[in-house]
Design a protein around this ligand. Structure first.
Ligand code: 2IT
Length: 445
């Protein structure tokens, strides 16, 4: 396999799908050496097959807004790879959603899910629908319209969606309700459901909690004390909230959170329950702005239009969206003496930022390892649904912790190079080897 030749082929076939091409290139560069030590992979065309989704559904989502006007969005589901289990991955509602972004997310999900140790294939879906400013009734009608088209392709052992940006418990509830009505079955076909109808304990917290369990392991590995360290987080959604909560619980001090409008610097730390609860209030307001935090807590400062990476902190946790941290930001973080950067968003850093971290042997871990706690907890929800039982907080947390430790171990096994752990390489190789092995065993499909 020669990465450049494969990339030229893909660029010709899928012109302009920049995020998808970025994600594929990053993985292929990581696995190139290992792949070329396995001539049987080359013979079976593993790489040519693994970079293309199994199938993609694209559909029209018509709905009626509160003014009685007809609105039309595009819906997608990318079933990327089903080698190791039923398709699994979130649904994103955001104006930036395109085929390229969902293909990148489905591709990443395939390797992430393999890392969780649970049997789940990779998928992603969503729509260019913008929830910002929409009423509850509009959100419900949109979710129902989305599932009316998609439901035939879903099922508890076929494809199990969940939340992602713009899709939380409320949206999953509406989508699950419509699915249940059409399919006439009450099965675990969505995860992230409400506790009263089959949802798992801890699912809302799982991505952020899991990320901090992973960060804790990174710190242990490098003999860094997490307690007392300052942290900058981007975003203020579900994932950021879980990360802030757990970071605070572990004794770190989160001094920055952000939104599309700018960032908040809170010298005292986003540390009190009322501050963390206020993050939820901000999110639930549906306005997508973080500025009101500084009105509520006047000792905090708001920096409009700026990113939190300019703050001097020990730990940086991008928790918002892809490519939110670029080379310039990476250089600023290094200059300010950052000790650790962990992507909590999927592909949160641009390729040149990732290269910069690794070339400088900085402590950096990629989203597919760090944020895998979310989908891992979804896998635990599927298990509970299949067994018709529900586990306690403690039971789910124990599993989550164990899985994150396991993922860290896999990264070390495949990524250790002398003293330095290349977590990007480790995660990519570990995830790839599992999927490739399953594909080899199942023949040319
Ligand atoms: O990016 C992700 O891993 C998610 N949005 C969660 C997917 C899931 O199926 O829980």
């Amino acid at each position: 396999m020669r990465v450049n030749d494969i990339m030229i082929g893909l660029e010709t076939k899928h012109p302009g799908e920049s995020e998808y091409l970025q994600a594929v290139r990053e993985v292929l560069i990581s696995i190139e050496d290992v792949y070329n030590q396995h001539p049987e992979f080359e013979k079976a065309g593993i790489v040519e097959r693994i970079v293309e989704p199994d199938r993609i559904f694209t559909f029209r989502v018509p709905w009626v807004d509160d003014k009685g006007r007809v609105q039309v969005n595009i819906g997608y589901r990318v079933q990327f790879n089903g080698a190791i289990g039923p398709y699994k991955g979130g649904i994103r509602f955001h104006p930036s959603v395109s085929l390229s972004s969902l293909k990148f997310l489905g591709f990443e999900q395939t390797f992430k899910n393999a890392l969780t140790t649970l049997p789940m294939g990779g998928a992603k879906g969503g729509s260019d629908f913008a929830p910002k400013g929409r009423s509850q009734a509009e959100i419900m009608r949109f979710c129902q319209a989305f599932v009316t088209e998609l439901w035939r392709n879903l099922g508890p052992d076929t494809d199990v969606p969940a939340g992602d940006i713009g899709v939380g418990g409320r949206e999953v509830g509406y989508m699950f309700g419509m699915y249940k009505k059409l399919a006439r079955e009450h099965t675990g076909t969505f995860t992230g459901k409400g506790i009263s109808f089959g949802g798992s304990r801890l699912r809302p917290e799982a991505t952020g909690f899991g990320a901090l369990y992973f960060v804790q392991k990174m710190c242990d590995e490098y003999h860094i004390r997490l307690r007392g360290k300052t942290v900058a987080v981007s975003g203020f959604g579900n994932v950021a909230w879980g990360a802030v909560t757990k970071a605070t619980e572990l004794g770190a001090k989160v001094v920055a959170i952000s939104g599309p409008d700018g960032y908040i610097y809170d010298e005292d730390g986003v540390n009190m329950p009322e501050k963390i609860a206020f993050m939820l209030e901000l999110r639930n307001s549906g306005n997508d702005v973080v500025a009101p935090y500084a009105d509520e807590f006047p000792r905090a400062k708001f920096f409009p239009g700026k990113k939190p990476w300019e703050c001097k902190v020990d730990i940086a946790l991008p928790c918002a969206i892809q490519n939110e941290l670029n080379l310039e930001d990476a250089k600023t973080l290094k200059k300010n003496g950052v000790l650790l950067v962990a992507e909590v968003s999927n592909m949160g850093c641009t390729s040149d930022a990732v290269d910069f971290f690794i070339e400088n042997e900085m402590l950096f871990a990629p989203g597919k390892a760090v944020n895998a706690g979310g989908v891992a907890c979804s896998g635990l929800e599927m298990t509970q649904n299949a067994m018709h039982i529900s586990w306690s907080n403690e039971e789910v947390d124990r599993w989550l912790h164990q899985i994150m430790n396991d993922i860290h171990e896999q990264c070390v096994t495949y990524g250790k190079n002398g003293e330095y752990i290349n977590y990007v390489k480790g995660a990519n190789i570990a995830g790839f080897m599992k999927v490739a092995d399953a594909m080899m065993a199942q023949g040319v499909l």
